[in-house]
Structures are given as C-alpha cells and as structure tokens.
Design a protein around this ligand. Structure first.
Ligand SMILES: O=C(O)CCC(=O)C(=O)O
Ligand SMILES: [Fe+2]
Length: 316
C-alpha cells in the first residue's frame, strides 16, 4: 500500500452529503498526518498535461542563449525563466540541479493587482507554449479552489472562506527541468529537502522518478501518483494559518542511480498562493492549551518576500 492516501474530488463536488463529508474527512486527516494526498477527479485532462509536457520539453531544449533572454532581472524569478543552479533550498549553499519556468496569474478586473504582479513572459519560439500554460494554470487553480473549500469545512470555517483570498491570487505554475547529470554532484541534489512556501501545491505526474516525502519516523518514502492523479500537499502558509494542525511535509527530489544520469527529469508543480494581503495569523480554533500559538502574525505577501530571500531568488 502506498504511504500517501488517495482521494477523489468528485466525492466533494457531488451533491451527495455523505460523499462530500467523506472527502472532507479523508483529506483533512491526510493533511493532519502525512501532509500529502493523491487526488483524482480534478479538472485537468490528460491531454492538456501531455500538451504542456510537450511544450516545456521543447522550451528547455532551446539554446541556452535563447532561454537566457527570458530570464528577467529584478522580479525574483517570479515570471519567465530561471537558469540552472540558481535556486537553493532554505539553509543550503549548493543550488538545486534544475532550471524552471514560471507562469503567473492572469488578473481579471483588478487594476491594482495587475500593477502589483509582473507580466507573464511570452515565448516567441513556441506558438502554443503560452496558451497551454494559461489553460493548465486555470484548471489547477479551479481544482485548488475546491480543495481549499473542503479544507475550510474541515477547519470549521465557512466553505468559501478562502475564495476571496485566492481570487486573482499570486499563484505560480512551475514547469521544472532537471537535466542529465554529467559529473558527480558535490553535495548537490535535484531538489534539496524543503517545505513549500504557499497554501497548497498541486503536482501533476512527473516524467521521471525521484520525489520523496519524509514520514513521522524520519524515513523518506516515494511519492508517486497514478497518471490520472495530482499529488497535493500542504505548504508553509497553510501550516502557519492552522498553527501546524495541517502539516507542511518536508520533501525532496533525489538524484537518480548512476545508470540513469543520462536522463532528464521533468515535473510541473502549481503553487497556490493567496493575494498578498491575506493574513496568515493562526486561526483561533487552532490555538489551544495543548498547541499554543507557534507563529507571529504576518501577511502572505510579507511572508513570501522573506522566503524568496532565503531561496536566493531575491536579494536583501
Ligand atoms: O519535482 C518535483 O517532483 C517536486 C518539486 C518540488 O518539490 C518543488 O519545486 O517545490
Ligand atoms: Fe516542493
């Protein structure tokens, strides 16, 4: 049996109260325990996933000079291309063995947020790259909205508690390429152990093994989803908001065995962020005598800024 529980979003979306509460219970206990679930019944089609993988493989195969032209100074890698080795996990010197792309929010009806967020970067060499990225972004955002509704109910909040904070939120879709490994990496890994910054992360099936999750016994367990499932995990923002009731679990991407060094790995996480004004102050219900308040009050925007500095993406 897999260490990661499976849930079906169709249960939640069904108008059947038993199925709905079954889903809430299953995802709630998974997030209080291992912090990860494999989710089927979401809004992302296998065709769209295949198209996006196709586009990003073509993008990362472009000449380095071409890709470098899409690395924009001064925006902390929040849109467009980030080159190999630039990001490192919190507390590490060695850069991760990866390059990646960021698609950001497509703001609607909100000039203030349009001005706050950097523009998406258009790849000119690949005519379908941007539209496929946008569609995937929006399908994952829709999926995440329902997952957060279930979590709101699990936390005894209004079902739509998160809706106002995630509308036009600062989410990021991040296609990642882990290139073939050419020489013995000195201490560096594809993605060093870390917790995600955001509310929840939705990860579509990777092309290549390697993702591992740390369980309660400090053992690394493989996290592999079926092709029709998204792996979903709690990020640090949600764990802060819930005073650690929901667990942001440490995970990593290990280097492959030597016989597979010649192969690339690709993965595409979607990091669901709220708007920067959302307070991440611990919810009252989550602060108890047994679990006193663990975190200072902070907004999502201020917290994100702190974390981007720790990752080496933003200079102090
Ligand atoms: O590549 C993966 O499978 C996961 C990457 C990841 O954990 C991250 O980018 O935060
Ligand atoms: Fe992660």
């Amino acid at each position: 049996m897999s260490a990661i529980p499976s849930v079906d979003l169709k249960d939640f979306i069904s108008e059947n109260p038993e199925r709905k509460s079954k889903f809430i219970k299953e995802i709630g206990s998974a997030f209080e325990d291992i912090g990860f679930v494999a989710l089927s019944g979401h809004f992302l089609s296998e065709e769209l996933v295949a198209q996006l993988y196709d586009e990003i493989k073509k993008f990362f195969a472009l000449r380095q000079e071409t890709k470098d032209a899409y690395e924009i100074e001064g925006i902390g890698g929040q849109r467009g291309y980030t080159s190999f080795g630039k990001e490192h996990a919190k507390g590490r010197k060695e850069g991760d063995l990866k390059e990646f792309w960021h698609f950001g929010q497509y703001v609607e009806d909100n000039p203030r947020l349009e001005a706050e967020y950097p523009n998406n970067v258009m790849v000119e060499e690949l005519p379908n790259f941007n539209s496929v990225g946008k569609e995937t972004y929006q399908m994952l955002e829709k999926t995440a909205k329902y997952v957060l509704r279930a979590l709101a109910l699990h936390l005894n909040l209004e079902e739509t508690y998160f809706d106002e904070w995630i509308k036009n939120g600062n989410s990021i879709l991040r296609p990642i390429h882990y290139p073939p490994i050419k020489e013995e990496p000195k201490n560096a890994v594809r993605a060093a152990a870390h917790g995600d910054i955001n509310l929840i992360t939705l990860l579509m099936g990777a092309h290549g093994k390697g993702l591992q999750v740390k369980n309660h016994n400090e053992e690394w367990v493989d996290a592999i989803a079926r092709p029709d499932q998204l792996m979903i995990n709690v990020g640090d923002m949600l764990s802060r908001l819930t005073n650690n009731k929901l667990k942001s679990t440490i995970h990593q991407v290990v280097n492959p065995p030597k016989e597979l060094w010649g192969t690339s790995r690709y993965s595409i996480p979607f990091f669901m962020h709220p708007v920067s004004e959302m307070p991440l102050n611990c919810l009252e219900d989550c602060v108890t005598a047994d679990n006193p308040k663990n975190f200072e009050d902070i907004t999502a925007g201020a917290y994100l800024q702190e974390r981007l500095i720790e990752l080496g993406l933003v200079k102090k």
